[in-house]
Design a protein around this ligand. Structure first.
Ligand code: PLP
Length: 389
């Protein structure tokens, strides 16, 4: 990741030449005067371009190491922008276990004939190799995946599909922990709603292109379809980005403590976390990431009512969708974040009704461990069902 001083400069320091404001000004204006007939200034209309949103775009492009970023109204708007690059007959290779909203959009557009799609387990070498032996216009990677935290080797996918547009959804790690361009990605997608903003008060997204011409095409579509983000959201997200590295440090420290608890607790039948040496993607994550992330998924033993009792007991983990904010959350993917997927697609992806997902916040680690431990103790299985994974 670029150093924190780079973040400071890119996020607004020394930007305000008029007053020297340390925080970049917020330009809410929807439109801008022309200097004269046929003489537009840099900005004319905020859907097409806005100074505050422009600073965020430059910041995100810089952090990811791309040439151009487009800031969108949501992560889904970012994904929708990227899918505009596909035409009828184009083949899209999608991971079988990504975010439920991405599944819903791709499935709906495919049914309308906008492109063809193959859902593939890209973390399975044989399946990946077979799927990429046929030409694909675009390959989509979400690593770590939502919610099972499977790890896809980006460089391996690039090598198997050298001619495809390689898109990586980097939402779960942010550029602070993973830079997909250095492994051959062409496009990086973010829900900035998550770690980049980090305070659960913005829904936003971004698409970053490695090369400017591709970024310009994506910018054209975002403007054409009206998918660009609001200036105030950009301003808040810039505030979030300034503390990204510091927040992640605490997120990771807290996550480590919680994983240790979950991995040895008798109420837990399975833990999914790439930092565990038993995780199938551990070696790849170690190579590809600068940290294992602050999302943990796990399954409780299949006891009647255990999931509901467990969730009710928690005091420091709010039952809510989304992730990446400073506060700890718990979600039940099957009925919440991944309810948009068909039951069959959920089963193929391995998302069971016993699965729970934690977004670990930056609260005091001792409070989180005590809270999770008490809830786990409450749902200890009556008969021994074997130890945790
Ligand atoms: C990995 C991933 N990508 C994209 C999205 C969509 O982002 P948004 O909710 O900002 O539209 C989400 C939302 O949870 C996500 O988890």
């Amino acid at each position: 990741m670029s150093g924190s001083s780079t973040i400071a400069v890119r996020t607004g320091l020394e930007r305000d030449t008029q007053h020297g404001a340390v925080v970049p000004p917020l330009h809410l204006s929807s439109n801008y005067t022309f200097e004269g007939l046929g003489q537009p200034r840099t900005y004319d209309y905020t859907r097409s371009g806005n100074p505050t949103r422009g600073i965020l775009a430059e910041t995100l492009a810089g952090l990811e190491g791309g040439e151009r970023a487009v800031v969108t109204a949501s992560g889904m708007a970012a994904i929708n922008t990227v899918l505009q690059l596909l035409e009828p007959g184009d083949r899209l290779v999608m991971p079988h276990d990504g975010y439920g909203g991405t599944w819903r959009l791709v499935d709906a557009l495919c049914r309308r004939g906008q492109f063809e799609v193959d859902w593939v387990n890209l973390t399975d070498n044989e399946q990946c190799r077979a799927a990429l032996s046929r030409p694909a216009r675009m390959v989509w990677v979400e690593t770590p995946s939502n919610p099972l935290l499977r790890i896809t080797d980006i460089a391996a996918v690039r090598a198997l599909a050298p001619d495809a547009l390689l898109v990586v959804d980097n939402t779960f790690l942010s550029p602070a922990l993973q830079q997909p361009f250095s492994f051959g990605a062409d496009i990086v997608v973010h829900s900035t709603t998550k770690y980049l903003n980090g305070h659960s008060d913005v829904v936003g997204g971004a698409v970053i292109a490695k090369e400017k011409p591709l970024g310009d095409t994506l910018g054209w579509w975002a403007n054409c379809l009206g998918l660009t983000g609001a200036p105030f959201d950009a301003w808040l997200t810039l505030r979030g980005v300034r503390t990204l590295k510091a927040r992640l440090k605490q997120h990771l420290e807290n996550t480590k403590a919680l994983v240790e608890l979950l991995a040895q607790h008798p109420s837990v039948s399975q833990v999914y976390y790439p930092g565990l040496s038993t995780h199938p993607g551990h070696a790849t994550a170690r190579r590809q990431q600068q940290g294992f992330g602050a999302m943990i998924s796990f399954e409780l033993h299949d006891e009647e009512g255990a999931v509901a009792r467990f969730v009710d007991q928690l005091q420091h983990f709010s039952l809510a969708e989304s992730l990446g904010g400073v506060e700890s959350l718990i979600a039940h993917p099957a009925s919440m974040t991944h309810a948009a997927m068909s039951t069959e697609a959920r089963n193929v992806a391995g998302i069971s009704d016993q699965l729970l997902r934690l977004s670990v916040g930056i609260e005091d680690a001792d409070d989180l461990v005590a809270d999770l431990g008490a809830a786990l103790d409450l749902v200890k299985p009556r008969v021994s069902q074997g130890g945790p994974a």
